[in-house]
Write a protein that binds this ligand. Sequence first.
Ligand SMILES: Cc1ncc(COP(=O)(O)O)c(C=O)c1O
Length: 379
Amino acid sequence: MNKTLQMVDLRAQTAAIRPDLDAAIAAVLDRGAFVRGPFVAAFEADLAAYVEGLGSTEPVYALGVGNGTDALQIALMALGVKAGDEVVCPSFTFVATAEAAAVLGAKPVFVDIDPETFNLDPDLLHAALTTRTKAVVPVHMFGQCADMTAIRAVCDPLGIPVVEDAAQAIGSTWQGRPAGVMGDLTCLSFYPSKNLGAFGDGGAVLTTDEDLASKTRQIANHGSAKKYHHTTVGVNSRLDAIQASILSVHLGHLPAWIDARRAAASCYDAHLADLEDVTRPRRENDARHVFHQYTIRVSADVRDGLRDHLKAQGVPTMIYYPEPIHQMPPYLGPALPETERACREVLSLPMHPHLSIADTEYVAGHVRSYLEAGVPVAA
Ligand SMILES: Cc1ncc(COP(=O)(O)O)c(C=O)c1O
């Protein structure tokens, strides 16, 4: 029987908890507090408590902001990044990671990835650092933490701050510590399709450093701690109360949603295990992967054909990411072989908490049928 699957099933997710969402939105309308105020403060406290509960030994400060891109920019501003500085990050990521540095006049300097985890390769990090490096921004790609131990071991002796881009990785851990407490600052995105999504844009900056917490709060509020009194140059970036109240409801379901994603990933793993032409996402022993995406690798010659075949069977796929940032006009930089190869070989399969075992079997079965049939030789 043919199915029609979704990459992300936001309608199913919303339908399952609709009365709670309706009540949360109604509470904001009844109170009439739409910007900052009690709903945002409550969500910030819930978010900090959630991250602390995953294994932090220190209190976490959480600040809601307009989106994940703003979170990155505000974090870099809090570290004093300015024109002429360098910010080191991967090129295999969404453009926002580099854009946040570029918009401040700093230069993104790209480091290649580990081909099995898609995360910044810490062995290549030291060579990318200069006296102009003001921050390193590892991305926890697809929901699995970068090797934060190795990254800090390179950066700490040089006094270089680390900003975690955890836009895809809320709830993930590395050696028992959560994303959100391993960097000096951490950035989250609540874009609707993220593991914790709003019904519009949203983001957050996390830190365990009280001083950085107060700096980010001021920067996000026009550089002001006191109304109409501005002590630094800031921006206007706020999480609004309706999004915050929706996020508070979603946060309550996040642990179960993450478990469901991990279970779906295990089903994919089992069904794809014997396919030699498929490289499954590697789970690091030290990491708890939250599977924002389940991304396989296949040879570049078969990827597009496989994609078309899956589409014809009602299975959508995505290519995260088709083009490395260092090959985009505003960000040109030296070659990065593993990043470029990944862009040619990756294929993300449907992944969301409402994917059934039968769905994963169906997807894997069609990956198998295409690869086992052999690819037609071009005429
Ligand atoms: C790795 C990464 N960084 C940053 C962002 C930016 O987040 P937002 O879309 O909320 O601005 C995203 C999400 O789109 C992302 O995936």
